[in-house]
Design a protein around this ligand. Structure first.
Ligand code: PLP
Length: 462
């Protein structure tokens, strides 16, 4: 399988090169040159496989330049870190199916992608005799999944900046109690925006970037999307077995359009998904796009589901490429236009096409809390606020005759504030968090300036 950019200036890359490139050199996003499909008989065979074997069958379609045994080993090691034998189990409560994606080491769905990406990086760097220094900023959640993805790996150091005192205590501890020699936590004396703009400025210094072989782990890496395609197959099979249904719908709490784009790929590969339900919080650019064809950026609101507080979704360009009939020149023009005007417009035919694949709804904080509360009262099951946005949207726009699978993207204990608002007390801490406050910590506090951070990286980079 070869890879090309949505902007048309990069093509013919191998899977390995696509993983190492991350963002395409022309500023676009990398996609496979074709999307492999499975017919009904093949899907029936896949439905019998355990998670990691299914993952191998799906991922190997796109990663045919890694020898089968090596790829199997990478996948097995990536999901051995999950504490559930099914990796991503489905539980059924009150007529909906909940796909639990939070059994990885940091209790959020980003582990599914980042455990694999960390192992892929280590494998490819070793093969190429190269090293990498990863730098990123986090408002709390993604940082820990990235750290757990690469802790203890060879030829990789990781520097994660978080705003000092402005991430939740649990999130802070999840990051700073990782004391592997290749992990550098930096508590910046400033806000998340300060931390993020420092990282952007460092990446913009191309000499510096090259000197330290800087890398990123953000959600635009194709391998992250690919890892997530697998659980759409897996969950669909589980629910089909349970209900006998021909088709299913998925509700996906969405921020950067990465997770739901993985669902789009699964659907194109033959998974019988009637529609994908795109769920947003008050930051609703994507649900406005689906419902009205209105893709126009607004300012970011802070919500109870902070991992979805995003206006410009970095993975959206991948879908745009397909919506525009794989016309890279058109994507290029549209992205230029969006940069200038902050909006994109669509024809009626295009909107009809979008609505054939997606339904969407936006759920505000009040509805999020209400959804957690009601579902808990009715079933005893506790939703995290992101999952609640998905379930709330699912209830509004689902097709009543088709089973609904809601993606549970985080464990409720990670977002205790919202849960407490809903049910009056804090969620119970899972075993992975118990005693975390007694562990040794390693963190460097630094002023929020580019020079201080660069100085620190200079001293600790590989
Ligand atoms: C990142 C994240 C999301 C949004 O996923 P995207 O791929 O950005 O759409 C939803 N829920 C949680 C808990 C997350 O961490």
């Amino acid at each position: 399988m070869k890879y090309r950019s949505t902007r048309g200036q990069v093509s013919g890359l191998s899977f390995k090169d696509a993983v190492m490139m991350g963002l395409a050199d022309d500023g676009g996003l990398l996609l496979p040159e074709s999307i492999p499909t499975f017919d009904k008989e093949e899907l029936e065979a896949l439905a019998e496989l355990p998670y990691t074997e299914l993952a191998f069958r799906v991922i190997s379609q796109f990663a045919d330049d890694i020898p089968a045994n090596d790829l199997k080993d990478l996948i097995d090691r990536s999901y051995a870190s999950f504490e559930h034998p099914q990796v991503t189990p489905v539980v059924s409560e009150d007529g909906v199916h909940i796909l639990e994606l939070f059994h990885g080491p940091t209790l959020a769905f980003k582990d599914v992608a980042l455990q694999l990406l960390g192992n892929l990086f280590e494998y490819l760097l070793k093969e190429r005799n190269q090293h990498m220094n990863i730098i990123g900023a986090t408002s709390g959640d993604t940082g820990s999944a990235a750290i757990y993805g690469v802790r203890g790996k060879q030829n990789i150091n990781i520097f994660i900046l978080h705003p000092k005192g402005r991430v939740s205590p649990i999130q802070e501890m999840q990051m700073t109690t990782v004391t592997d020699a290749n992990v550098f936590n930096i508590a910046v004396e400033g806000t998340f925006d300060d931390a993020q703009s420092i990282v952007k400025e460092i990446f913009g210094d191309l000499d510096y970037k090259e000197k330290h072989a800087l890398g990123a782990v953000n959600s635009i890496n194709w391998a992250r999307v690919l890892a997530q395609v697998v659980y759409y197959f897996y969950a669909c099979f589980q629910v089909q077995k349970q209900t006998g249904a021909e088709q299913v719908e998925f509700s996906v709490p969405t921020g950067n359009f990465g997770d739901i784009f993985a669902g789009y790929i699964a659907r194109r590969m033959g998974v019988p998904i009637k529609r994908l339900i795109l769920a947003t919080n008050a930051n609703n650019i994507l649900s406005r796009f689906v419902n009205q064809g209105d893709y126009s950026a607004a300012t970011v609101n802070h919500s109870l589901s902070p991992s979805m507080d995003i206006q410009v979704a970095s993975n959206f360009e991948r879908y745009l490429f397909y919506l525009y009939g794989e016309d890279a020149a058109r994507v290029n023009a549209a992205m230029d236009n969006f940069k200038q005007s902050g909006e994109l417009t669509f024809s009626n035919e295009e909107i009809a096409e979008v609505q054939h694949t997606f339904a969407a709804a936006s759920i505000d904080d009040e509805q999020t809390v209400e959804t957690i509360r009601t579902f808990h009262q009715q079933t005893g099951y506790l939703l995290d606020p992101h999952t609640a946005v998905g379930l709330g949207a699912g209830h509004q726009v689902r097709d009543k005759n088709t089973p609904l699978i809601c993606l549970a993207t985080a464990h409720p204990a990670k977002f205790g504030d919202a849960v407490k608002l809903a049910i009056g007390n804090d969620p119970e801490l899972p075993p992975a968090f118990q005693g975390i406050d007694t562990l040794e910590k390693r963190v460097q506090v630094l002023p929020a300036t580019v020079d201080h951070i660069k100085n620190y990286v200079d001293q600790h980079a590989l």
